[in-house]
Design a protein around this ligand. Structure first.
Ligand SMILES: [Ca+2]
Ligand SMILES: [Ca+2]
Ligand SMILES: [Ca+2]
Ligand SMILES: [Ca+2]
Length: 454
């Protein structure tokens, strides 16, 4: 019995031990599961918080569009006021913030904010081969291929490409043989690459970031020379176009239309005495064929003060719209250098004249700065008006957890500004100071120092 009892005791003792071990395991497994659930709930909570932040950033973007449309409507055609009178950085929307970033073409250490005037750029659809070739970083292969891409025919420009080239690619497609509809489309053209388009500025912020100045230590590969060699992305557009009317929307006088002679004479008489008007009319051939309004100025013997008052009302074309004219009041140095025959000294003279003179409301001022040959050479490529503006919109949620970045293009022709292009740029990364994101995540405010100079 004793033995049995002893055995029973040992057996029940063993059973108790087994139960205890099983219980411990169950508790351990349950505790583990609880931990796993807690963790996944925490992750889910973070994920949904991030999703909320992401949606918030998305909503800020639609608010920004309304802001831009309102500003464009309030400052119609006045690129200067849009830049100087309107704030574009760290503007609060709800809990979050937005910026409208633009490349600072004069200083690769500092950010610049505001809308970008598309008329201050070279239009891929109307620029000549010579003009394209003068873009920073452009190759002769790509320039020729741009011409072939947009022209209707299948004749290959030297170095260019038509169907024969594109149809032999591993993923073949046709040569477009029609105008560019977006700037990104250029990446389909022979000889084009993101390296040529964006240069060292791979996050498209116009600023030399650490990884853009460390050689091959981190992407992109760069020349580590302390300067940002960007591509030609900031200098090209496909959007610039204006109606061939004067600033008040009236039809212009076509100088090459012999039947418009009487209208021209009356227009002259509004500016000068009748006698002087007749004197000028005598200098105009019966069948005129002026290459540009600028050529008319030099051929007619008008004084520059007289021409200034008339230039906006004149044209040499019977086209309804004039695509791709470069706004000489807003274009960057690099863009002005692409205009026919212009050299650095000419462009510097234009920039300094532009800086010290306001209300340049016709292209006549160019004739005060350039000699006759040069002013005539660029005469048909220039304007002083802008109707299309692009915006690089950065939206950040109030808690700093999510941001969105978009490129948008607005067209103000015909009154209410319209969005004609919208694309996410979020993949290019957070382009501003990282301190901004860190501050918001800690619930601290954004300071001036984070927005301005690096
Ligand atoms: Ca073609
Ligand atoms: Ca950069
Ligand atoms: Ca690098
Ligand atoms: Ca560099």
């Amino acid at each position: 019995m004793r033995t049995t009892n002893g055995r029973q005791f040992v057996a029940s003792h063993r059973t108790g031990g087994t139960i205890l071990i099983v219980t411990i395991w169950v508790v351990l497994v349950l505790a583990g599961l609880a931990l796993v659930f807690a963790r996944s709930m925490r992750v889910a909570a973070i994920v949904s918080a991030n999703q909320v932040a992401s949606v918030e950033a998305e909503w800020i973007a639609s608010g920004v569009c309304q802001y831009i449309i309102a500003q464009l409507a309030a400052h119609a055609g006045d690129a200067e006021a849009l830049n100087e009178d309107v704030p574009w950085e760290a503007l609060p929307v709800g809990q979050g913030y937005f910026w409208v970033l633009r490349s600072n073409l004069e200083d690769d250490r500092d950010f610049d904010y505001g809308l970008t005037d598309e008329a201050g750029k070279i239009n891929l659809n109307s620029a000549s081969l010579e003009m394209l070739l003068k873009l920073p970083g452009m190759t002769s292969e790509l320039a020729a291929s741009i011409i072939d891409w947009r022209d209707e025919d299948g004749d290959v420009t030297t170095g260019g490409a038509e169907d024969e080239y594109y149809l032999l690619l591993s993923e073949p497609y046709n040569c477009k043989n029609a105008p560019f509809e977006t700037v990104d489309e250029i990446l389909l053209v022979k000889g084009a690459s993101e390296e040529l388009l964006y240069g060292e500025d791979t996050n498209l912020n116009g600023v030399l970031d650490d990884n853009e100045n460390d050689g091959d230590n981190s992407a992109p590969s760069d020349n580590r020379n302390g300067r940002l060699e960007g591509g030609f992305y900031d200098y090209v557009t496909v959007y610039s176009v204006e109606a061939n009317t004067d600033s008040e929307g009236n039809e212009r006088i076509n100088l090459n239309d012999a039947s418009a002679r009487t209208t021209l004479q009356s227009a002259l008489q509004e500016v000068v005495k009748e006698e002087r008007a007749l004197e000028i009319m005598n200098n105009i051939p019966i069948s005129p064929s002026y290459a540009s309004v600028m050529a008319f100025y030099y051929g007619s013997g008008l004084k520059i003060e007289e021409f200034e008052q008339l230039a906006d009302r004149l044209t040499v074309s019977d086209e309804q719209t004039l695509p791709g004219l470069v706004n000489v009041n807003t274009a960057s140095k690099e863009v002005l250098l692409c205009l026919p025959d212009l050299e650095e000294a000419d462009v510097d003279a234009m920039l300094s004249y532009r800086q010290s003179n306001s209300s340049l409301d016709s292209v006549a001022w160019v004739a005060k700065v350039l000699d006759r040959d040069k002013a005539t050479a660029i005469g048909n490529y220039i304007t002083v008006r802008s109707f299309q503006y692009s915006a690089d919109i950065i939206c950040l949620s109030g808690n700093g957890r999510a941001y969105k970045r978009f490129k948008a293009v607005f067209d103000t022709q015909g009154g209410t500004p319209q969005i004609v292009y919208w694309k996410s740029l979020t993949r290019f990364g957070w382009p501003l100071e990282y301190e901004i994101v860190e501050a918001l995540r800690k619930g601290k405010p954004i300071t001036e120092a984070m927005i301005g100079m690096r």
